[in-house]
Design a protein around this ligand. Structure first.
Ligand SMILES: [Zn+2]
Ligand SMILES: [Zn+2]
Length: 187
């Protein structure tokens, strides 16, 4: 118990005073040199990790590491200027985003073609969407809209562009035939 009592009774203030008295300029310089080296090593490690994430080019990686090695921690400003703007992950993500647009466009294109898969109205064999004639039975597969002249499938009732009923064409043809016949009989 004597020992404990001694410790409790000791006044530590003289030690503190001594400590402050012992701080010399030499100590402060040493402290700042050590501090500087710690910052340098930390910057160096950070740059190695950062450049690894930003480029696969070994030359650029070595160059950036040299910037910090030779430029001390202040080289970080040059490094931030030289390094690629985007990390490899960001680049990869951007690429995926771009490809997604193309991919969804392809899917849309494919599904729309599936939905409008065409059959020859005469022989019922599959024909391509842009065929003008059936390659199997030579039936004409398209005709022009009687109003807007766009190319339509022969089995469409209405024109999808101007919504004109295409059966009228046959009626018009019949009428014109009739009128021609009438003319002929009139003559
Ligand atoms: Zn056919
Ligand atoms: Zn039309």
């Amino acid at each position: 118990m004597d020992f404990l009592q001694k410790i409790l009774n000791t006044d530590i203030s003289p030690f503190l005073i001594n400590f402050y008295e012992n701080i010399t300029i030499e100590m402060m310089v040493k402290f700042f040199i050590i501090y500087f080296f710690i910052i340098w090593i930390a910057t160096f490690i950070w740059v190695i990790r950062d450049i690894w994430n930003r480029t696969t080019s070994v030359l650029l990686q070595i160059f950036c590491i040299l910037i910090i090695l030779l430029g001390t921690p202040l080289g970080i400003f040059l490094y931030l200027f030289v390094r690629p703007g985007k990390t490899l992950f960001e680049k990869y993500y951007d690429e995926i985003e771009d490809n997604l647009d193309t991919f969804s466009w392809i899917v849309e294109e494919k599904t729309s073609k599936l939905w409008t898969k065409k059959q020859c109205p005469s022989c019922e064999l599959p024909v391509s969407h842009d065929f003008q004639f059936c390659p199997h039975c030579t039936t004409k597969l398209v005709e022009n809209c009687i109003k807007c002249d766009k190319i339509l499938s022969t089995n469409w009732v209405n024109c999808p562009y101007c919504w004109t009923k295409q059966e009228e064409k046959k009626d018009i043809e019949k009428e014109s035939n009739k009128s021609e016949k009438n003319k002929k009989t009139a003559k």
